[in-house]
Design a protein around this ligand. Structure first.
Ligand SMILES: Cc1ncc(COP(=O)(O)O)c(C=O)c1O
Length: 457
């Protein structure tokens, strides 16, 4: 009998709540600080940027938070997402390991990002917000918020990093199709954007600069616009836990439990979404799954950065949090995994890595694309360059299991497809991609700019 390749849940199996890992965390919480005073932030300060319901989720002490019905209704357009067993990849590798992946690329815009975009748009609409501002690098997050804003009748203003704006016109047109306005950042629409352009009219932009512009646009709108972030914050990671809750049920259908759960990390949201429900099983139910976060060697915030308090953006307008960071002044090299080019990492992911509850590894660009192509040729789906980082380590685990003659159960998050990233694949095939190793000295230099924070805990 042939083995089952897809494990599908019914719409009625859609999770009813998100999982708040902070309640089960054995680690002390770290404060969020005001960027100017360096004192703990007040809800009033955060209220300029976010609706109160999301601020409350950020600090919630409830283990589970109900998913509102209007959000579940839109989730049903693509959730529950399939769990696949990559049998053809297993055969190609000749491994006794079983490789499973949770396919978040089936969402309307091709990645996990709508899981939080829909929730954030819902809570903003309920609070009377008229418009949302945000930044986007590669365009996955901007597409997701544009989609969600459209469903809840909110205007969406996207500050897209200029290099991506120029290189990825189709992502921009996708956002416009959903009704969003897209600007190449740095723009002349904000004071900060103008100050950057004054110094360098050809500035290619960065995620840090685009965040500063989107934050400024919301903060100076007198409450009309709020800001929306696609990763890093507790509430964003929590909205993604539908991925892991579904995967737990689907692994059960497959009659197996993962020995290792893998995901790529930019700000940490897709991996947290898959991994935190499995971390709960480790912490509460005595499971011993290894959890592995994968980052690029070009932006190695966990494996090379400091675990310190730092600003979330370049202009120092966003709150300061304790995280693994390469420094807020970090300008990332032009690798093709645009969604992984952020200087920081979610505070919860950083704390779990620091405590050894989650492992982190960094992989270079070329072997990452090699894994992406191997996956595409075996399984058919072309992965986003970000996702390919997880695939690299999943394949390495499967080959290690083969070398040791072990039947290892591997699960990874297929966070998005790469249909808008074909120019990156083209560059790889033309031999134009290079490996980048972020130099230790550059990290040390950037550390000089960290805020001098004394925290009384
Ligand atoms: C397909 C895909 N995977 C992963 C990421 C990384 O972000 P995060 O770590 O928040 O999941 C991104 C970010 O844009 C993305 O587009």
């Amino acid at each position: 009998m042939s083995e089952q390749t897809r494990f599908l849940l019914n719409e009625s199996d859609l999770p009813e709540s998100w999982y708040n890992v902070m309640v089960d965390s054995p680690l002390p919480p770290t404060p969020v600080l005001h960027p100017a005073t360096l004192e703990p932030v007040t809800p009033d300060f955060l209220g300029v940027l976010f609706p109160m319901e999301l601020i409350q989720q950020e600090i919630s002490t409830d283990r589970y938070i109900d998913i509102p019905e209007p959000v579940r209704e839109i989730y049903r357009l693509y959730r529950p997402t399939p769990l696949h067993r990559a049998i053809r990849l297993e055969k190609a590798l000749g491994t006794p390991a079983h490789i499973y992946y949770k396919n978040e690329s089936v969402s309307p815009c091709g990645s996990h990002k709508p899981n939080t975009a829909i929730a954030q748009a819902y809570y903003n609409k309920a609070a009377g917000t008229k418009a949302l501002t945000t930044e986007t690098g590669a365009g996955q997050w901007g597409s997701a918020l544009s989609l969600a804003g459209n469903f809840f009748d909110l205007d969406v203003e996207v500050y897209m990093v200029r290099v991506s704006y120029d290189q990825k016109p189709y992502r921009r047109i996708m956002m416009e199709t959903y009704g969003a306005e897209v600007f190449a950042s740095p723009t002349d629409r904000t004071q900060y954007g103008r100050s950057v352009l004054d110094k360098d009219p050809d500035c290619p932009g960065s995620l840090g600069i685009a965040i500063s512009e989107a934050v400024e646009a919301a903060a100076t709108s007198e409450g009309v616009k709020k800001y929306s972030l696609g990763s890093v914050l507790n509430h964003v990671l929590m909205h993604q836990t539908v991925i892991g809750e579904e995967a737990l049920k689907q692994m059960d259908m497959a009659g197996e439990y993962p020995d290792v759960v893998i995901g790529c990390v930019g700000g940490g949201s897709n991996y947290a979404g898959l991994a935190y429900p499995f971390l709960r099983q480790n912490l509460k139910e005595g499971q011993r799954t290894r959890l592995v976060a994968v980052e690029p060697t070009a932006t190695p915030s966990i494996t090379r950065g400091a675990y310190a308090f730092d600003y979330g953006d370049t202009a120092k307008m966003a709150p300061i949090v304790k995280m693994h960071t390469l420094g807020h002044s970090f300008v990332p090299p032009a690798i093709h995994a645009g969604g992984l080019r952020y200087h920081g990492m979610a505070p919860s992911m950083s704390a779990f890595c620091d405590a050894g509850l989650i492992e982190a590894v960094a992989v270079p660009q070329l072997v990452t694309f090699e894994a992406a192509v191997q996956f595409a040729r075996a399984e058919g789906i072309i992965p986003a360059p970000e996702t390919a980082h997880a695939i690299r380590i999943a394949i390495d685990e499967a080959l290690d299991a083969k070398a040791k003659g072990e039947k290892r159960i591997i699960l990874f998050n297929f966070s998005g497809h790469g249909h808008f990233d074909m120019s990156a694949y083209g560059a790889y095939f033309d031999g134009k991609l290079e490996n980048y190793d972020f130099p230790k000295e550059a990290v040390q230099e950037a550390m000089k700019d960290l805020p001098k924070v004394e925290v009384r805990m």
